[in-house]
Design a binder for this molecule. Structure first.
Ligand SMILES: C[S@@+](CC[C@H](N)C(=O)[O-])C[C@H]1O[C@@H](n2cnc3c(N)ncnc32)[C@H](O)[C@@H]1O
Length: 326
């Protein structure tokens, strides 16, 4: 077992001890009895729960809610605070993007409820997720709402916090590593670079509930900036067309990272011009588009040939010119 995993195990064990002491229960957190609809994968939730619920009789304390950033996928990238919160949680509501290795850090007796897209099912509507979080908090439970990346970056944390605020339920946020920063680290490419990129913009290429996506291309097309485009794979051609149309050179490097920071991470290099014509070849995993001069592949990439690194050098195209990778 790697040292970091041992350390994490030790930390988790400590946090679990803390839970036992806190609850005073020798066998860990109490087993929860949940309504039928609250089970994993259930997509129905009574409409009345969209309204604020009365506090159940007999409860002598409010529960508390912690929004926890799960990072891009590697459990080693969780914060210590996230590990502690997971170990102490009685109810964990998680998104589909959160990996099993991370979920396994929650208490074995904690109720785990998937509220994200799974096996072709749609995620619960946001209003029902809000109601579900509030429901468990009002039962006096320690609730963790576990989200991929950072909860405050394209994570709808704002909507959940507003809902809990409106009910007077205490809420805390534990940040996570957002996809852009995780992908920059795993590829070893800095998003800012002296003399090359002086700004980073996080932007989504996804319209709300299927609405048409039409960002202000002229504002985004900064030749001295880096764009981190979330939920952009399906819109890749439109992104390429919009940015080149607004004046960014067609030769600007684009790096699409699929399943960043996971064992099956894949990287696809292209140029803005080629992306405008062909989109990106990434598969179905979560994919981040990084656009800008700072994304020019490192010279060291040629050393990776013949290793297990998943870079498809043919996809480097023009960007790889001058690289000795035969
Ligand atoms: C709904 S957003 C959630 C973003 C998340 N809150 C964060 O801070 O990373 C989902 C999008 O984030 C990006 N994403 C999340 N995890 C990723 C990963 N491991 N690798 C690449 N992109 C990822 C993809 O663009 C995906 O479509």
């Amino acid at each position: 077992m790697p040292t970091s995993a041992k350390w994490l195990d030790g930390l988790t064990a400590l946090a679990r001890l803390a839970v036992l002491r806190f609850t005073g229960a020798g066998g860990g957190a109490p087993t929860l009895t949940l309504p039928r609809w609250a089970g994993e994968g259930t997509s129905a939730c009574p409409r009345k729960l969209r309204q604020s619920l009365p506090r159940p009789a007999g409860e002598d304390r409010w529960g508390q809610v912690t929004l926890v950033g799960a990072g891009p996928g590697d459990p080693d990238l969780l914060t210590v605070a996230a590990v502690k919160a997971l170990a102490a949680a009685e109810v964990v509501l998680y998104d589909a993007l959160v990996g099993d290795g991370i979920l396994d850090l929650s208490h074995p007796k904690a109720e785990r409820i998937c509220v994200g897209k799974r096996s072709g099912r749609h995620s619960l509507p946001q209003g029902e997720i809000n109601a579900l979080i509030a429901f468990h908090a009002r039962r006096g439970k320690r609730v963790v709402r576990l989200k991929g990346g950072d909860p405050m970056v394209f994570g709808r944390a704002g909507e959940e916090i507003e809902h809990l605020d409106s009910l007077g339920i205490p809420v805390r946020v534990i940040p996570g590593i957002t996809a852009a920063l995780g992908c920059a680290a795993s590829t070893g490419l800095s998003l800012t670079k002296r003399g090359v990129s002086r700004a980073v913009t996080f932007v989504t290429a996804h319209g709300r509930d299927g609405e048409r996506f039409e960002p202000d291309w002229a504002r985004l097309a900064d030749p001295q900036g880096t764009l981190a485009i979330y939920m952009g794979r399906e819109q890749a051609r439109a992104v390429g067309q919009g940015l080149t149309g607004a004046g960014l050179p067609a030769a600007t490097p684009v790096l699409a990272v699929e399943n960043g920071c996971r064992p099956d991470e894949r990287r696809y290099w292209t140029t803005l011009g080629r992306m405008a014509e062909q989109g990106v070849a990434a598969g179905k995993g979560p994919t981040l588009l990084l656009v800008g001069e700072a994304l020019r592949p490192r010279q060291a990439i040629n050393k990776m040939v013949g290793t297990a690194d998943p870079i498809d050098l043919r996809a480097l195209g023009d960007l790889a010119q001058g690289f000795d990778h035969d």
